[in-house]
Design a protein around this ligand. Sequence first.
Ligand SMILES: Cc1cc2nc3c(=O)[nH]c(=O)nc-3n(C[C@H](O)[C@H](O)[C@H](O)COP(=O)(O)OP(=O)(O)OC[C@H]3O[C@@H](n4cnc5c(N)ncnc54)[C@H](O)[C@@H]3O)c2cc1C
Length: 235
Amino acid sequence: MPATLYRATVERIDSLSYNVRGFHLKLAEPPKIEFKAGQFIILNAPHQGKTVKRAYSIASPPHEPYSLDLCIQHVESGIASTYFWKLKEGDAVSISGPHGNFLLKEPLDYEPVFIATGTGVAPLRAMIKHLLHINFTKQMWLLFGTRYEHALLYESEFRSLVGHRRNFHYIPTVSRPKEWHGEVGHVQQLFQKHVTDYANKEIYLCGWLEVVKAVCADLESFGVPREKLHYEEWA
Ligand SMILES: Cc1cc2nc3c(=O)[nH]c(=O)nc-3n(C[C@H](O)[C@H](O)[C@H](O)COP(=O)(O)OP(=O)(O)OC[C@H]3O[C@@H](n4cnc5c(N)ncnc54)[C@H](O)[C@@H]3O)c2cc1C
């Protein structure tokens, strides 16, 4: 699937947390994109007479090829994220894609464990929705960590999936709880508590470089073989 330049329209903007918004883009020209769960697009943001390019993971699954969900954190003084924050429904954006090799390992004869912090959940959401769509029957886990409970993204959606699909396990954790009755701590601790047998598992992580590095180092120190770790780091 070669990368193509697309014009898209912002169809809907959702507030996902105090500093993260979901952007639902409807593709205009060409009207359809073929991609694999885990891939990303590159946004072409106009900035001071130039074009600034930034990567954003596709948070929606490949079986929804006429639109794309993006999940974007606002970064103080960040060029592209501030551009996104100024967009309104109906505005046009320029993107290219698909890009990237952060994909589900084939064949799907294992139990995937997805580990996310913050917006790193975006490509993992695409993978989970894809697996559910193809009626993947093996067990799968999403361990999702944020600082505060109000920063958990797609919380009601993941909880609702648990109610509908017996093989999907969603375990959120927060490190600085306020009125939270769930797991407390970091995703590494959650992993150690809930995932004990690595034999038939593959582990997928995504997020900011330092976080992914730290989580991978901890998982290796728990005895998880390096070849079972699949990750994408955002520098
Ligand atoms: C493959 C890939 C996929 C990505 N997917 C997503 C995604 O789905 N959602 C998403 O929100 N981002 C994602 N990113 C990050 C994104 O590409 C941008 O780096 C991010 O939005 C900041 O861009 P900006 O232009 O707003 O900030 P810039 O103008 O590039 O940065 C401004 C300043 O903020 C610092 N900074 C940048 N990001 C952060 C941060 N998170 N926290 C603190 N300081 C920061 C920079 O170091 C710089 O000093 C992805 C990156 C990669 C490589």
